[in-house]
Design a protein around this ligand. Structure first.
Ligand code: SF4
Length: 499
């Protein structure tokens, strides 16, 4: 499968994602691919090329534990083959056992794009028909419209209390002229992303294009902010186990104040404070730890987020970790510490969530995300809904679909002779993309054959496009038949189709 994988960084329309990734910590999908049970062909072929924290979702799928997938569609036009990627991602996760949510971002379409409700109703219905026609099971999954989902709106209100204008300014470039409903549509979107966890915290994946990453980052941030906000209250009633207290005592004893500088002494103080079970006295404990963390950060230690208070065990561990790193020879104490806690970070987080939920909080896990490449437009450049020839709508007449493929740009050479000699440039060819993203379906051999024949000079663009155009026509015919078949299923689904 490696041979047919597209180079995620190679496309001319993908302007330097790598930089974005390096900067914001998105990881390569390849890092988790081997662990994914029955990976989708979009994963195998490198169309899905990035991920953030996706391993937690993979683990849940492997172990039959709760997991969720959610994506939203802004009903501003007809669904096209680019949307099909996202439909496929939702459906695949549903088939792997995840709870699947698909939402219609009608508030956003109305507030941010100014569409009328009639237009929104019509497009919404069309998106849902394609989603169902491609295999989404509405009996197992959840479909909703933002405007009809009261829980999402309540959650948006709560999340709004944790976000502020300067943040929106920094992330989305909002300014004094930005209207309030646009800001509301952002918190609503955040609420959508966290909605699958309302009943129960669980690993959740949001399939997106890389341009959507700011939303994912903000949602992850808010999830944690909500959690620590509530957890710090929950922890006030939580006591250290006896063995933990003993350990902290031992830890404190072994530290000789004469060996430490100022910052480290503050840490010792934290250890002492811990021994006194300051969990009942969060004010002192938290501010002390915070100043220690700040100092350690300033001293070039592993950065710790100041928001992470010692109400979180992980922060406590991090503080000890940083301290011990600073003091050679005390490794054993640290190891004892970790052993006695018999708890790893994942467990500590799980515990924090349980305590929070017991205390009426949300317990959100930061949502995960996977990133797919954008399809190149058939006319070159970006595929865009506003340029009909650049994309194929799922509602296009099959003959039109055929014609559009036939007139697409290719990665072919000037002459057939040159093509035979040097081979075509499949990596830069929108037609090859059609094969890889859609037309070859699950058949890796076929996709690989097209690729190899192209770059080997055995395949010429005329025949190649004829084959692709024929397959596209068949796909559209079949898809549109299925759309007609699932009409009834959609009527039965629990979603308002008219606003
Ligand atoms: Fe593209 Fe096919 Fe031509 Fe290769 S032979 S450049 S894949 S159209």
């Amino acid at each position: 499968a490696d041979d047919v994988a597209l180079d995620p960084w190679g496309s001319s329309t993908v302007s330097d994602y790598r930089k974005l990734f390096d900067e914001f910590g998105i990881e390569e999908f390849d890092d988790v691919l081997d662990e994914v049970p029955h990976p989708h062909y979009l994963m195998r072929r490198g169309v899905i090329f990035g991920q953030r924290d996706y391993r937690s979702v993979v683990r849940a799928l492997q172990n039959d534990e709760p997991a969720a997938v959610l994506s939203g569609f802004m009903p501003t036009g007809d669904p096209h083959i680019g949307h099909k990627l996202v439909f496929d991602e939702i459906i695949w996760h549903q088939q792997q056992g995840a709870e699947a949510h698909a939402l219609i971002a009608d508030l956003e379409a109305n507030a941010a794009r100014g569409l009328s409700w009639e237009e929104i109703d019509e497009h919404a219905r069309s998106y849902l028909l394609s989603l169902l026609a491609l295999g989404f099971d509405p009996k197992e999954g959840d479909l909703y419209r933002q405007s009809e989902n009261r829980e999402v709106q309540d959650l948006a209100f709560d999340l709004g209390a944790e976000a502020n204008f300067s943040e929106f300014q920094a992330i989305y470039g909002f300014d004094g002229e930005t209207d309030v409903s646009h800001m509301q549509s952002v918190v609503t979107q955040m609420a959508d992303i966290l909605y699958p966890q309302l009943d129960e915290p669980k690993p959740t994946v949001i399939p997106v294009g890389p341009d959507q990453d700011p939303h994912v980052r903000l949602a992850r941030d808010l999830a944690e902010r909500m959690r620590f906000f509530k957890v710090s209250k929950a922890y006030a009633s939580f006591e250290l186990e006896a063995d933990e207290r003993e350990l902290v005592a031992e830890f404190s004893e072994r530290l000789d104040p004469a060996d430490f500088d100022d910052e480290q002494l503050r840490c010792v103080h934290v250890a002492d404070t811990l021994e006194q079970t300051p969990l009942a006295d969060l004010g002192v404990g938290a501010s002390t730890l915070e100043s220690v963390l700040t100092k350690l950060n300033e001293g070039g230690m592993e950065p710790l987020r100041p928001r992470t208070r010692f109400s979180d065990r992980r922060a406590t561990e991090d503080a000890f970790d940083a301290l011990i790193d600073a003091v050679e020879g005390e490794k054993r104490v640290y190891e004892n510490h970790v052993d006695a806690f018999e708890i790893d970070r994942a467990e500590a987080e799980e515990l924090a969530r349980e305590i929070e939920v017991e205390n009426g909080g949300y317990g959100f896990q930061p949502p995960s995300s996977i990133y797919h490449r954008f399809m190149t437009g058939l006319t070159g450049g970006k595929m865009s809904s506003s340029i009909p020839a650049s994309h194929i709508s799922l509602l296009d007449d099959p003959e039109d679909g055929y014609d559009k493929v036939k007139s697409a740009t290719t990665g072919g050479r000037e002459t057939a002779e040159e093509q035979r000699e040097k081979g075509g440039k499949a990596d830069e060819c929108p037609v090859y993309e059609l094969y890889a993203y859609l037309l070859a379906g699950d058949d890796d051999e076929f996709a690989k054959r097209v690729y190899d024949e192209c770059v080997g000079g055995e395949r010429l663009c005329g025949d190649c496009k004829e084959q692709a155009a024929q397959l596209m026509k068949e796909f559209l015919e079949e898809h549109q038949e299925k759309r007609a078949e699932v009409e009834e299923l959609l009527e039965e689904a629990d979603i308002e189709l008219e606003s």
